[in-house]
Ligand binder design. Structure first.
Ligand code: SF4
Ligand code: SF4
Length: 74
């Protein structure tokens, strides 16, 4: 569980945009890669989390979910 690199390359791999918990506020602010960039300042509701299917999660052996709410992997 290494720290996730905050890079454009990783941002492109982030699948948060397809998540049921990803909302218009996050979209407008072009947020994502929460596991590296930290939690959102948008209001959130837990409608499911697809981090488990994300290549960033497998590459970095992430085991948690809802990084948009819990903040970056330390
Ligand atoms: S693990 Fe979750 S927050 Fe991190 S890049 Fe993937 S979908 Fe986004
Ligand atoms: S961190 Fe998880 S819950 Fe939040 S938007 Fe990304 S995939 Fe969805």
């Amino acid at each position: 569980m290494a720290k996730v690199a905050d890079t454009e390359e990783n941002m492109k791999k982030c699948i948060c945009g397809g998540c049921p918990s990803y909302n218009d506020c996050m979209k407008e602010k072009m947020q994502g890669l929460f596991c590296a960039r930290g939690k959102t300042d948008c209001e959130t509701v837990r409608n499911g989390c697809i981090c488990g299917s994300c290549p960033i999660a497998s590459e970095n052996r992430l085991e948690k979910m809802y990084y948009c709410q819990i903040g970056a992997e330390a």
